[in-house]
Design a protein around this ligand. Structure first.
Ligand code: FAD
Length: 497
């Protein structure tokens, strides 16, 4: 892969022994890992093409330890990369050679649940699915459901503003989080938001959600929980053309229907998923829509009828409605397993994430076919169709010299295409390292400088997760913000006005 990370600071590396000893004093026992072999499991996240063992891993057990580690690193000029479960697909948790990897996995307790207030308070290392598991006996669930939900942490979900099948109707992470406890890089513990939907003041929670571990470390989260709907039914609708399926999605939304989920797979993805889970997906179609309706029984039945009508008008060739809860879950099993299933089509694949206006779906798929021919690499498509969020899976073989570079170039062209048709660079996987150098495709230099001013307000020394999101991280003094630390003006060589 071509992308470069910042050069490690040799002066920091020379102090490694001293740094490890200081961190051990803060997090005793097995909470600090510095053995070279033991660092290996941390060398990448879900974007495995990038690898870099950290200088040291620190696994704090509580907020006080997180704060003390950050304060020490801040005062000693050591960079920190926060890490949840390491499932990021954009390299957001990629370690730095001269940095501490701060693993939040030990902060994994559900601290409290209020069914009356419909909220749960959890630590950041609790997995997404574990929140639903904690409340389902009482008939509740946590709505955002990334396909990685069995593994990914709620802290990582907040950092990436993660989404999933149910986000079309129930919103992304940002719409389901009420408050956080956040530790800033200088070790200050702050609370943002709380138990109510509309906290006072500026929307700092909106700033923190999706900030990719660059503004602070989340140490506690208050999420909304929802009562499980009375009925949920899924419909599998087959189309002989992708255009028909795309138009059906647009017409359903235009018709004022917001399904609980509306996902699309193209022919290669359908075949791979069916071979993987055997749920009876139609194999003679070019596109398959899975549409889920939830709510009162009468409403579900009515809306399913409406959707069948819209689908037929768009040339649907088959429709199958789930007849039981088991069948509904089975319909989704293929979609949820689509990523691993595509692993059968090719030794390796590169999962992209971009968003387009729904009506541009057919043009974008056509252009993607041309790109596929140009690069000589296959592509299987899985979409959060209702949101216009694409996940093209580019098929390649890492053992063939040059194929990974080709896959990366193909992926970059897809993302440029998304921006060109009025969409955006990412849907739910974040910018991280992967899309960092594509940011100027979407934002002007002025836009990027304004975004970085926000970073400077939280982390003026640029120590928290640097090298991610921004193609060049400008020094805060250059951006007009001056932070005086212990009486010392930073960058004294720069003129002040
Ligand atoms: C098979 C598979 C399927 C996936 N499907 C989806 C999907 O459907 N939808 C989706 O949105 N994503 C999906 N993802 C991507 C990934 O699971 C999400 O981005 C997830 O939110 C990452 O959580 P994590 O705990 O693994 O975070 P990590 O990978 O550990 O970290 C991700 C980012 O969060 C930061 N971070 C982690 N914890 C904290 C914290 N406590 N405080 C501050 N910053 C923190 C890190 O610095 C990094 O920038 C998928 C990944 C895989 C491997």
């Amino acid at each position: 892969m071509s992308l470069k990370m910042p050069e490690p600071d040799q002066a920091v590396l020379a102090r490694r022994t001293e740094i490890v000893a200081a961190l051990r004093a803060i997090v005793p026992g097995e909470g600090v890992i510095d053995d070279v072999d033991a660092l290996r499991p941390y060398e990448s996240d879900g974007l495995t093409a990038y690898r870099q063992p950290p200088m040291v891993v620190v696994l704090p057990s509580d907020t006080a330890q997180v704060a003390a580690v950050l304060r020490w690193c801040h005062d000693n000029g050591v960079k920190v990369v926060p890490r949840g479960s390491g499932t990021s697909l954009s390299g957001g948790a990629l370690p730095l050679a001269d940095g501490v990897l701060l693993g939040l996995g030990k902060l994994n307790r559900v601290l409290g649940i209020s069914y009356e207030a419909r909220l749960a308070v959890v630590q950041p290392g609790v997995t997404n699915l574990a929140i639903t598991r904690a409340v389902e006996e009482m008939g509740f669930y946590y709505a955002p459901d990334p396909s990685s939900q069995i593994a990914c942490s709620i802290g990582g979900n907040i950092a990436e503003n993660s989404g999933g099948v149910h986000c079309l109707k129930y919103g992304l992470t940002t719409n389901n989080v009420l408050g956080v406890e956040l530790v800033t890089m200088d070790g200050e513990i702050v609370r943002i938001g709380g138990e109510t939907l509309d906290p006072q003041g500026l929307d700092l929670l909106g700033v923190v959600v999706g900030s990719e571990g660059m503004l602070g470390v989340v140490t506690e989260v208050t999420v909304r929980i929802l009562p499980k709907p009375e009925t949920a039914r899924a419909v599998l609708i087959g189309f002989s053309t992708v255009e028909g399926a795309g138009q059906c999605v647009a017409d359903v939304i235009a018709g004022g229907i917001i399904p609980a989920g509306m996902e699309m797979m193209d022919r290669p993805a359908i075949h791979a998923a069916e071979a993987f889970v055997n749920v009876g997906y139609p194999l003679d179609v070019e596109a398959l829509l899975i549409v889920e309706l939830d709510g009162p029984e009468a409403e579900c039945s009515h809306l399913i009828g409406e959707i069948e009508r819209i689908a037929l008008a768009n040339g649907a060739v088959s429709a199958r409605i789930s007849q039981s809860e088991e069948e509904r879950v089975a319909f989704w099993a293929g979609r949820k397993a689509a990523f691993p299933a595509v692993g059968r089509l090719s030794p390796d694949y590169y999962c992209m994430d971009g968003t387009i206006p729904r009506r541009r779906l057919p043009d974008v798929l056509d252009a993607m076919k041309e790109l596929s021919a140009h690069y000589g690499l296959g592509v299987a498509n899985v979409f959060h169709a209702g949101d216009g969020n694409l996940h093209p899976l580019i098929l390649y073989d890492a053992n063939v010299p040059g194929e990974l570079d080709k896959a990366e170039a193909f992926g970059n062209d897809i993302l440029r295409l998304c921006v060109k048709v009025g969409g955006v660079l990412t849907g739910e996987h974040g910018v991280g390292v992967e899309k960092r150098d594509l940011m100027p495709e979407m934002f002007s230099e002025t836009d990027l400088r304004h975004q970085q001013r926000l970073k400077c307000a939280f982390d003026p020394e640029l120590l928290l997760n640097p090298g991610k999101v921004f193609p060049t991280l400008h020094r805060c003094a250059e951006l007009g913000r001056m932070h005086v630390h212990r009486g010392q003006v930073p960058f004294p060589e720069l003129p002040r006005f």
